[in-house]
Design a protein around this ligand. Structure first.
Ligand code: NAD
Length: 250
């Protein structure tokens, strides 16, 4: 149902963004990938999805402007690229703070301001921002991440209000722990460090805050993004959709 629609998914060379790109492609959208990684791997992804790729560094406003001009206009914009750093506030590296706010929050402002004029002209658009359970609750030592993710929700609500009558929706998706190679790779070390079994590490450490005791799968986030692009979701706007196994209910 997305034939003829053009979608940019930032940070889509791995993880959640890649799953969202695949899900949009499966519905017929023309997908533009963005993100870093091995050139051969990225070329394979482009071939798989008949996609274009922009290597724009989203910390550079000039590179964002070039990406939007060269690959747009877009009907669907998924602001997904993000990064994390874990450190007490009083030791938090200043450049890490700037980079996290820059990538997780400010980059979405730039892509959104550049995508909106064409969406307004067409009278149709979908903006989907990957926030996090950390847009609703905090964890210690993640000050920049928590601030950026709470911030993207406020930004998304504002955009939703501004374009509420223009056929454009803006929403956040807020995952809990998503099963990615990065998380899987941490398990053996944690087993060793804590003298735990694999199941204990998964349930008592990684999923300690997740009532369902299940990781979110990247494809589940893709499915939610696809729903938000449907005509039936035209009245879903300014929302922050949890997909976190119940984490943020308490
Ligand atoms: P990931 O590390 O697998 O992917 C990040 C993507 O962003 C990659 O494609 C990377 O190349 C790209 N990227 C990084 N810096 C960039 C830059 N400066 N310019 C352009 N692209 C850049 O991460 P992920 O786990 O898939 O996370 C995606 C989003 O989901 C992030 O916003 C993250 O905060 C959020 N999230 C992740 C989880 C989780 O458990 N993995 C949970 C909640 C929210």
């Amino acid at each position: 149902f997305l034939k003829g629609k053009r979608a940019l998914v930032t940070g889509s060379t791995s993880g959640i963004g890649l799953a969202v790109a695949r899900a949009l492609h499966a519905e017929g959208a023309d997908v533009v990938l963005n993100g870093f990684g091995d050139e051969t791997e990225i070329a394979k992804l482009c071939e798989e999805m008949s996609a274009q790729h922009s290597a724009a560094n989203l910390l550079d406003v000039g590179e964002i402007e070039t990406m939007m001009a060269e690959h747009g206009p877009f009907d669907i914009l998924v602001n997904n690229a993000g990064m994390q750093h874990v450190s007490p506030v009083d030791e938090f590296p200043v450049e890490k703070w700037d980079a996290i706010i820059g990538l997780n929050l400010t980059a979405a402002f730039h892509t959104t301001r550049l995508a909106l004029p064409a969406m307004k002209e067409k009278g149709w658009g979908r903006i989907i921002n990957t926030a996090s359970a950390h847009s609703k609750v905090a964890s210690p030592f993640k000050s920049a991440y928590n601030a950026s993710k709470h911030g993207i929700v406020g930004f998304t609500k504002t955009v939703a209000l501004e374009v509420a009558q223009a056929g454009i929706t803006a929403n956040c998706i807020s995952p809990g722990y998503v099963w990615t190679p990065l998380i899987e790779g941490q398990i053996p070390d944690t087993m060793k460090a804590r003298g735990m079994t694999r199941d204990e590490v998964i349930n008592d450490v990684l999923l300690a805050t997740t009532p369902s005791k299940k990781f979110v799968q990247p494809a589940e986030i893709g499915a939610l993004a696809v729903f938000l692009c449907r005509e039936e979701a035209g009245n879903v706007t300014g929302a922050n959709w949890s997909i976190d196994g119940g984490w943020t209910t308490h």
